[in-house]
Design a protein around this ligand. Structure first.
Ligand code: ATP
Ligand code: LTN
Length: 331
């Protein structure tokens, strides 16, 4: 029986946050028994904002080590680095030619990122969602586990698959996003109206997967709440709502049972316990991370094998696409 295919990617653009963990990595692990999974380190995406080469190199291996440390099993899932499989850039180009400027102009992530940047914007940042569509469509992916912020990009990928299929004949599977009901949008600890982001300038806004115990405790203590003083899950208390989401996902307890536990108790006690929950969830991952990260030879063997497998699949799809478009096959 053929398994359905799952694809997802994380940018090696910095240290990963608990937002990346809860919204993405944690779900990757849960999918690997039921599906054929491809998990990519999307370095071609990372360079749409300026990167320091030495840091980019090391972040790519950091992400690979974190993939392994959270429990992604390279015997079950294919782990690889995007730039090792040239078909991503090649299909990206083709898809650029069927994408409308208007569609890309509507992308909220582009609008936000371009607002934040002081420098000249590069064209890659604008066409980033097209490359993402190529990543997904190359593997005939059925499902794409992502955080809420990627929903619009997934819609573009679906749209491009449908457009290509109707223009040339059935070629691509039309992918579906897998977005969890809880934890798909972890918010900044300093501004609960905006997404927790690893590129935030204020480091109190995020908790990194590799933060030590003291940093975790300190950042949670400083997390913005409100003056109501009641532990409750409501839109009037967005800071607390976010903390409750984190608590719930990482402790596997329902929000209701957590709220009930803090009846009549203050934010201080709640935050201290939340820090324990986060530390307990991250500690074993951090331990395993350290082991993997120092084993260069092992990491190399994983990404090489992964690229071989991914490349074979991707090349097949690309060949089909080129043929349908009217390119002459070399052999
Ligand atoms: P940046 O915030 O620096 O722009 P990012 O962390 O959003 O980067 P990626 O590293 O590519 O970008 O994200 C990897 C995955 O993590 C994506 O599926 C994304 O939806 C998810 N993700 C990122 N931030 C959050 C968050 N705050 N809550 C839930 N999921 C998130
Ligand atoms: N754009 C995504 C990262 C990404 C991705 C993908 C996610 C690139 N290619 C393919 C899922 C599938 C982000 O999180 N910023």
């Amino acid at each position: 029986m053929n398994k359905k295919i799952v694809f997802s990617g994380v940018q090696p653009s910095g240290s990963l946050t608990i937002g990346n963990y809860i919204g993405a990595l944690k779900n990757f692990v849960e999918l690997q028994d039921e599906y054929e999974c491809y998990y990519c380190i999307v370095d071609l995406h990372a360079v749409t904002v300026p990167q320091i080469p030495k840091d980019l190199r090391s972040h790519s291996l950091d992400v690979l080590s974190l993939y392994l440390a959270v429990g992604i099993d390279p015997q079950k899932s294919t782990l690889f680095i995007q730039s090792h499989v040239p078909a991503h850039a090649e299909l990206g180009w083709i898809l650029n030619t069927i994408t409308y400027m208007g569609q890309l102009n509507r992308m909220t992530q582009f609008k936000e990122k371009s607002k934040k940047s002081d420098e000249n914007l590069n064209a890659g940042l604008f066409t980033y969602p097209v490359l993402m569509a190529a990543d997904i469509l190359l593997y005939q992916s059925d499902f794409v586990p992502v955080g809420e912020d990627q929903k619009q990009h997934l819609e573009l990928a679906r749209d491009l698959a449908e457009r290509f299929n109707s223009r040339y004949s059935d070629t691509f599977v039309v992918p579906e996003p897998l977005i969890k009901e809880f934890g798909a949008r972890i918010m900044s600890l300093q501004d609960p109206e905006s997404k927790m982001s690893k590129s935030d300038r204020d480091e109190n806004a995020f908790i990194l997967m590799l933060d030590n115990k003291d940093a975790i405790r300190r950042k949670i203590r400083r997390a913005v709440t409100d003056s109501l003083g009641i532990v409750a899950y409501s839109d009037q208390q967005p800071g607390l709502k976010n903390l409750l989401n984190i608590y719930s996902v990482l402790s596997d307890k329902s929000v209701d049972s957590i709220v009930a536990n803090y009846d009549g108790k203050g934010y201080g006690e709640f935050k201290d316990d939340l820090a324990d929950v986060v530390i307990q969830a991250l500690s074993p991952i951090q331990e395993r991370y350290k082991e993997y990260r120092q084993d260069k030879a092992f990491l190399e063997s994983i990404y090489r094998e992964g690229a071989d497998k991914a490349e074979a699949f991707a090349a097949k799809t690309l060949r089909k696409v080129y043929k349908k478009i009217g390119f002459i096959p070399r052999i």
